[in-house]
Design a protein around this ligand. Structure first.
Ligand code: PHE
Length: 471
């Protein structure tokens, strides 16, 4: 075995170990937990609620659910099946099924490379909030109203050094875990911490919903108001779907490559999708009703309202109102941190695996290269809220521009190419067979029609209309 192979084997150890019986789980549960570790993260807790607020509440969630059922689940099954069929990660999997597609694996890697740096910036904000609740920072804990908690956040992100330091802490933590290949340890801990996070989240949801005025927020979140609809809503929901389920950048191929043959792709993918969506929905049902109970919805939901700040400001308001809220605040943000770390590790891992697999580079060197990229792009994203606030790309600050580029442009493009590849350029029925639906004619036809026609055409149209048509 060449050094290369040794490196790339180490690179994917964690996923492999996770799906082995010795982890104490059955193959299926191990796989579902590992993939959910990647899926559930800041996308569910931070991004989903603020997009729900930005795109008009229930209508956004309505679009999201429709897209999740028709495209999300199909893409998830498709990526996992490509991985399991070939037993290879993203670089090897495509040429194994069609030699002409070797280039595509490299294109896929661009997406995590853009996401990781700003993911680490937001991860840094979470570290800051966990720390501030712990030490009881003034202006945060016990702040007399929502304006003060809002100011605390704005002062923090617009300063130069503080967000940079917290970003560095989060980024270093991620890189060290990947460099030493200790993902398995982190995933083992998160097997306990993720359910704990779910429990606290449900508790917070019930608490917030019981506050005066909050029910209006529940209605805003759950009842679609079609007058808030535009093509941007669907594009936003589509980008969020890819981001949240960790699809549209082909990392689920790597996960699939370590999945046992005996495990059902259909039911595992369904479980991951449901788990991920429920997490996101609960987060929205904490944060949006909290706006109605503790802040001024007219201020928060105006076009340039709270945006990415929403989770941080609103949760602070909830913890300040809750008896014993400071302790719960610390626990909650630490748990969010773990959810974020399992996701950022999976993002970095997918880049490092590719560098090691084809680039004849050692794992540690690959980690240093990725860290360098994170440092440069992450610093720009972080400063985009302060020193570089006047720099605008697509009319957005630097962090939001990276986010938009990755989720709303690149991920849909990767998804389209993946569908075209699987629908038109590989042997017929390979994928339905791998998923285990080939015995049912109806299911196979449904899957083929979605992959060959509906998904690529619709995603293409959504992409175009979201970018160019204003309603
Ligand atoms: N799905 C993760 C989240 O919700 C983010 C992520 C995106 C991770 C893409 C891996 C790949 O936070």
């Amino acid at each position: 075995m060449s050094l290369n192979n040794v490196e790339s084997k180490t690179a994917q150890n964690s996923i492999e170990d996770f799906t082995k019986k010795k982890s104490g789980f059955t193959g299926k549960l191990g796989f579902v937990l590992a993939a959910s570790g990647s899926a559930v993260g800041l996308g569910n807790l931070w991004r989903f609620p603020y997009l729900t607020a930005e795109y008009g509440g229930g209508i956004f969630i309505f679009c999201y659910i429709i897209l999740a059922i028709f495209f999300g689940l199909t893409m998830l099954m498709l990526e996992i099946a490509i991985g399991r069929k070939t037993g290879k990660s993203v670089i090897g999997a495509f040429p194994a099924l069609n030699k002409k597609f070797k280039w595509f694996g490299y294109v896929c890697v661009i997406v995590p490379l853009i996401i990781v740096p700003y993911y680490c910036v937001i991860g840094g904000w979470v570290v800051k909030y966990a720390w501030s609740f712990l030490v009881g920072s003034e202006g945060l804990v016990g702040a007399e109203n929502a304006t003060v908690t809002g100011e605390f956040f704005t002062t923090f992100i617009s300063s130069t050094w503080q967000p940079l330091i917290f970003f560095l802490i989060f980024a270093l933590f991620t890189i060290i875990i990947v460099a030493f290949g200790v993902q398995k340890g982190i995933e083992n801990i998160s097997k306990i911490l993720m359910p704990a996070l779910a429990l606290i989240a449900v508790f917070l949801m019930i608490y917030v919903i019981c506050q005066p005025g909050a029910l209006e927020g529940v209605g805003y979140t759950l009842i679609p108001n079609f007058s808030n609809f535009s093509f941007k809503t669907i594009l936003g929901a589509l980008g969020q779907l890819f981001y949240s389920m960790s699809i549209g950048m082909c990392i689920m191929i790597t996960y699939g490559s370590y999945m046992k043959k005996s495990v059902s792709i259909k039911s595992s993918a369904t479980q991951i999708a449901i788990f991920d969506s429920i997490f996101a929905l609960i987060a929205s049902l904490i944060i949006i009703p909290a706006v109605f109970a503790f802040s001024n919805p007219a201020e928060v939901f105006k076009p340039d309202g709270d945006g990415p700040a929403l989770m941080f400001i609103q949760l602070t308001n909830v913890f300040n109102a809750l008896p014993g809220g400071r302790v719960i605040g610390v626990i909650f943000f630490v748990l969010v941190l773990f959810a974020a770390i399992t996701s950022s590790v999976s993002l970095v891992e997918s880049i490092v695996a590719v560098l090691c697999e084809d680039g004849r580079i050692k794992r540690v060197v690959a980690c240093i290269i990725v860290f360098g990229a994170i440092l440069v792009l992450g610093t720009l994203s972080s400063l985009g809220n302060g020193a570089l606030a006047n720099v605008e790309i697509f009319g957005k600050d630097i962090l939001s521009a990276f986010d938009f580029l990755a989720n709303n442009i690149l991920m849909p493009i990767v998804a389209i190419i993946t569908c075209v590849f699987a629908g038109w350029f590989i042997e017929k029925n390979i994928i339905p067979k791998e998923i285990g639906i080939d015995k049912s004619k109806g299911m196979t036809t449904y899957f083929n029609v979605i992959v060959k026609f509906v998904a690529p055409i619709c995603i293409f149209l959504i992409l175009l209309s979201g970018l160019f048509i204003k309603i």
